[in-house]
Design a protein around this ligand. Structure first.
Ligand SMILES: C[S@@+](CC[C@H](N)C(=O)[O-])C[C@H]1O[C@@H](n2cnc3c(N)ncnc32)[C@H](O)[C@@H]1O
Length: 261
């Protein structure tokens, strides 16, 4: 029986634009394609995000869940010092959005915690092996190194780790910390995909399989994919096709996407 992605289709096609967040169409197209492909390939595991804000990316992970899989949201929520102004309401907005989207989370699926206090063992105990994990919590050097360590501790052999803001000009230490971390763990972790905001990383044995899938999946037909080198290894650079970008822009102008969930 094929997986049911009706709610995910609705979220990606119509609702995602209504959730404030910090990434764009190229990222959600890539995450959606990778996550569904994992399911088609029988790659099972939990899904998690460190730093969920109002849930924009986390909801993709939650909607990718299959029977027996959990999605874990980790955040300081309203305790974060940056929870002010347009970035405020993290606690309320996240839970309101879950309700509006019909996303059901168990008690152990939301972890309000400062990740700097979380050990790799505690992370493993909380979520076990993950097939997808997004690292988008604290953006300073110490936080990035620490959170990447937590993600590495739970990443399954064929899982995918996403490092947000690796290429973001506003957060130079994200790049520095991630480069140091990935250089040190090059035998365990290999970047395989670059999008505008994120670096996607897998275990070295799985990285080339993901690159092959990206080049051949009909879901990303029309995308602009090219090969680059990073840390001396091949990596895919992914940009949206002009047609998709234009279509989205026109639909936005025509009010196709509701402004609120
Ligand atoms: C950039 S936002 C995340 C955006 C979200 N991933 C999205 O797709 O829209 C960063 C989040 O990390 C959380 N955060 C920052 N430092 C943290 C820490 N030390 N532990 C846990 N969460 C943290 C903040 O509360 C905030 O919600």
């Amino acid at each position: 029986m094929s997986a049911d992605f009706v709610a995910l289709d609705r979220y990606i096609d119509r609702q995602i634009e209504a959730v404030p967040g910090y990434f764009g169409h190229a990222e959600w197209a890539a995450i959606d394609a990778l996550g569904r492909w994992q399911v088609e390939q029988g790659i099972a595991g939990n899904l998690a995000e460190i730093g969920v804000h109002h849930g924009k990316l986390f909801f993709i992970l939650a909607l990718l869940r299959q029977a027996g899989e959990r999605a874990l949201a980790i955040d300081l929520f309203e305790d974060d010092a940056l929870n002010t102004g347009i970035h405020a309401n993290r606690d309320r907005a996240f839970f309101d959005n879950c309700t509006k989207l019909g996303i059901d989370l168990g008690d152990r699926d939301v972890w309000k915690v400062d990740t700097l206090t979380v050990t790799p063992d505690a992370m493993r105990e909380r979520i076990g092996g993950v097939r997808m994990i997004s690292v988008d919590g604290g953006h300073d050097y110490a936080n990035i190194v620490h959170d990447l360590g937590l993600a590495d501790a739970v990443l399954a052999d064929d899982g995918v780790m996403m490092v947000h803001d690796f290429f973001g000009i506003g957060w130079p230490d994200v790049s520095v910390a991630a480069i140091h971390f990935l250089t040190e763990r090059a035998e365990r972790l290999q970047p395989f995909l670059i999008t505008q905001y994120k670096l996607f990383v897998a275990r070295p044995a799985a990285a080339e399989r993901y690159r092959t899938m990206l080049a051949s999946t009909p879901r990303l037909r029309g995308a602009s994919l090219s090969d680059r080198l990073m840390f001396g290894k091949p990596i895919t650079l992914f940009k949206l096709g002009r047609r998709e970008a234009l279509e989205r822009r026109i639909k936005r102008k025509l009010g196709f996407y509701p402004k609120r969930l």
